[in-house]
Design a binder for this molecule. Structure first.
Ligand SMILES: *Cc1c(COP(=O)(O)O)cnc(C)c1O
Length: 375
């Protein structure tokens, strides 16, 4: 079956702003400045202002953003970093990459983000930082998380890879903790045409350290005062992001409208719809419902050409890659239950009412077919 409604539709976005993208790419090609340079600087300034922080340092990906944030805060071997298991593996990989140990805590069953009480309980003498994930575009409970972290003197690094433009009590993600990490992977709310990421912070020291680390520890052209990495953003990605950033708020607004239409059309269905926290402005990166018939519904939707997905089917504490940490099934009951029942429906700014209705129609007939087949 061909895809009728994809999970994300980057082609539809390009059809709307193609000339702006083409001009941005041509600018870079004609300048022949492909790494860092004025486009990158312009994007960093614009994105820092957008987030409401003093500094933005662009890097090669969201994963490297988290890794460099941890390095800049001097987190390393022997240290523990608290995060969640219901996220993309990159959150934990970055912790492992610096030699620290990821400590997974369970999530809140309504917001699907870190449960602050469990974070508090997991803090010990080795804990150096906490990485809440603003999953699906919804900010974690940053009031409590920042309060608890401050009380214990540990750093807060936001994984905002899915939450560009989302807000908590009127403050944009990235500006809520000590350091904010963004991904511009093509399918994210603000996406490049390849890998790209950024770190945002109010700290001069952290920004300066990441600026050095991403560029081989370079102080001057041939002078390196520390051993760094090759994790810069390239100018084509920055030019594309410069073209897209002015549209971001409209896109989030349009995503919000798609979510509202789903909410209306799915009311009365036997499923759990997303719940927006009282203090949150949701970025609607994903529209995720929960249903006990998840696997059967996913196949039915896909067979009918609807690009549904699962974010994420196997929690990190149960991934083979993390077997050595010794977690077992049952350790994070909410995370495990959400992993078994969550289903992501298509959402993107250009999605039409017709397409939304089609997704809901297919969903409805699939649930009826399944109900008949099980009675
Ligand atoms: C996409 C993503 C990342 C990693 O970003 P990359 O740019 O792909 O390296 C990290 N955390 C979360 C929650 C993500 O969704």
């Amino acid at each position: 079956m061909n895809t009728i409604v994809p999970l994300v539709d980057l082609k539809a976005q390009y059809e709307r702003i193609g000339p702006e993208i083409d001009a941005a790419m041509r600018r870079v090609v004609e300048s022949t400045g492909f790494i860092l340079g004025p486009e990158v600087r312009e994007f960093e300034d614009a994105f820092a202002e957008y987030c409401g922080v003093r500094h933005c340092v662009s890097v090669a990906s969201g994963t490297s953003a988290i890794e460099l944030a941890l390095r800049a805060l001097d987190v390393g071997p022997g240290d523990e970093v608290i995060t969640v298991a219901h996220t993309f593996i990159a959150t934990a990989e970055a912790i492992s990459a610096v030699g620290a140990k990821p400590v997974f805590v369970d999530i809140d069953p309504i917001s699907y983000t870190m449960d602050p009480a469990l974070m508090d309980a997991a803090i010990n003498d080795n804990t150096r930082a906490v990485i809440p994930v603003h999953l699906y575009g919804q900010p974690a409970d940053m009031t409590r998380i920042v309060e608890i972290a401050a009380h214990h003197g540990i750093a807060v690094i936001e994984d905002a890879a899915q939450a560009h433009g989302a807000e908590w009590r009127g403050v944009r993600t990235g500006a809520l903790g000590d350091v904010g990490c963004f991904s511009f992977y093509p399918g994210k709310n603000l996406g490049a045409y390849g890998d790209a990421g950024a770190v945002v912070t109010d700290s001069d020291d952290v920004a300066e350290q990441i600026r050095s680390l991403r560029n081989h520890g370079r102080q001057a052209k041939y002078l390196h005062d520390q051993i760094g990495f090759g994790l810069r953003m390239d100018a084509i990605q920055a030019a594309i992001l410069n073209a897209k950033l002015p549209h971001l708020d409209d896109w989030i607004q349009q995503r919000n409208q798609v979510a509202q239409q789903y909410d209306t059309l799915l009311a009365g269905f036997d499923l759990a719809r997303p719940v927006v926290s009282a203090h949150a402005l949701h970025g609607w990166h994903l529209y995720v419902v929960r249903t006990t018939m998840r696997d059967a519904l996913l196949s039915a939707l896909q067979e009918q050409g609807i690009g549904a997905g699962i974010h994420y089917p196997v929690p990190l504490h149960l991934q083979p890659a993390y077997a050595s940490l010794g977690y077992r099934s049952g350790d994070l009951p909410v995370t495990e239950q959400v992993a078994e029942t969550c289903l992501s429906l298509p959402i993107y700014p250009e999605m039409t009412t017709c397409q939304i209705e089609l997704v809901v129609d297919v969903y409805e007939s699939a649930t009826h077919a399944l109900a008949v087949s099980t009675t």
